[in-house]
Design a binder for this molecule. Structure first.
Ligand SMILES: Cc1cc2nc3c(=O)[nH]c(=O)nc-3n(C[C@H](O)[C@H](O)[C@H](O)COP(=O)(O)OP(=O)(O)OC[C@H]3O[C@@H](n4cnc5c(N)ncnc54)[C@H](O)[C@@H]3O)c2cc1C
Length: 349
């Protein structure tokens, strides 16, 4: 194949797909390589975007920059691809005690938090959910059906003749100053979006892969929100729910385990009193980093090679903002946020 594009993108998971859309939208040409991995993080993820996270219910890192963009970004791609994969659903977090209820009543009028608080209930909002102290509904929140987003993106790239569904062999990249060539395709830059597969070019980066398991259950539970406390309970169609997720740094297989299943069942039973039956489950490995910030930037010695990776547990909310930032870095030479720039690890290379 003889072809010239602006960028070669390696990997069409969430990161590669979002980056491809941002570059195309800005008039750039791309060619994507992806080996299609059914157990990739993106194919397994629940795809939640949630501004207040963790046991201590803190504002997610950089929320004020990331969250205003999320829904408009994915909606724009939905219009382009004529499909729906973003589902706007409130996240309901039951309070664990009166102190937490009081705390959030105060925070809900604090300018720091008020834009993320949809409502506060002072008593139970849902039958069959353990929420005696009420809870908080968060916004903007919901989930991206990532496999659906990837499938429509792949079809779109195929129509543009801009994807090769194959493994990219980095040893075949030829770099000339200011351009790269790979099996007949030349480009200004190659950007690696390969999840847990860092390859040799970026093997100095201290990736911390974390396995996650998600159960699929059917249940008599009837809720119109994502219930989130200890685990998330994500309503799908036909009384089906996804319940997740586990975090395991040691077992990096992509199998469901008895231990993971028991953990999720126990957490679910602490949160929901309705009957349920486990009908399936999926496991994948998140590309997580030691400081929980992405790996973005340009290779320390090969300026034609970049990386857009390390989105850990929050790919849905991080990738739109940072793909736009990376585009401006590549096109106009703007500065990357130092917290995400891989230069913070150059001493390891
Ligand atoms: C159980 C679980 C639950 C999660 N829940 C959420 C959630 O609720 N919200 C959220 O935002 N995030 C969640 N995540 C995290 C989310 O999945 C990631 O942040 C995101 O999907 C990472 O996308 P990625 O494109 O960087 O990596 P990946 O999804 O791993 O994609 C990398 C792609 O690159 C391809 N590839 C790799 N090497 C090559 C090569 N040499 N040649 C060609 N192709 C290659 C792979 O085949 C793959 O398609 C969850 C993850 C898991 C496992």
């Amino acid at each position: 194949m003889n072809k010239k594009v602006d960028f070669i993108i390696v990997g069409q998971g969430l990161a590669g797909s979002v980056l491809a859309h941002v570059l195309l939208k800005n008039g750039k040409t791309v060619h994507v390589f992806d080996k299609i991995e059914p157990h990739s993080s993106s194919m397994v993820a629940a795809g939640l975007y949630n501004p207040i996270t963790g046991r201590k219910m803190v504002k997610t890192w950089n929320a004020d920059k990331l969250f205003p963009l999320i829904e408009s970004f994915y909606h724009e791609i939905e219009s382009l691809l004529k499909c729906q994969f973003l589902h706007r659903v409130n996240i309901y977090r039951p309070f664990v005690n009166m102190a937490e209820q009081n705390d959030w009543q105060a925070k809900s009028t604090d300018p720091e938090f008020e834009s993320y608080v949809e409502s506060i209930s002072l008593g139970p909002s849902y039958d069959c959910v353990v929420n005696p102290f009420g809870g908080i509904s968060l916004r903007p929140s919901g989930y991206v059906d990532i496999p659906c987003f990837l499938e429509f993106t792949r079809s779109y790239l195929k129509e543009l003749n801009s994807i090769t569904p194959e493994l990219f062999d980095e040893s075949l990249i030829k770099v000339d100053s200011g351009s790269v060539e790979y099996r007949g395709i030349s480009a200004y830059k190659v950007v690696f979006c390969t999840g847990i597969n860092l390859g040799t070019l970026f093997d100095f980066l201290p990736l911390r892969p974390v396995k996650g398991e998600i159960l699929e259950i059917s249940s008599s539970l009837s809720v119109d929100a994502i219930i989130n406390r200890g685990v998330f309970v994500l309503p799908k169609i036909d009384c089906k729910y996804r319940v997740g997720a586990t975090y395991n740094w040691k077992d990096l297989s992509v199998n469901m385990t008895d231990k993971g299943t028991s953990y999720l069942k126990e957490k679910f039973e602490n949160l929901v009193t309705a009957n349920y039956k486990v009908v399936g489950g999926k496991a994948g490995i998140r590309p997580t980093t030691p400081d929980r910030k992405p790996f973005i930037g340009i290779h320390p010695s090969i300026p034609e090679i970049g990386i857009f990776n390390g989105f850990g547990t929050k790919g849905v909310s991080l990738t739109p903002y940072y793909a736009n930032q990376l585009y401006r870095v590549l096109e106009f030479g703007e500065e990357l946020d130092s917290e995400v720039n891989i230069s913070r690890f150059f001493s390891l290379s």
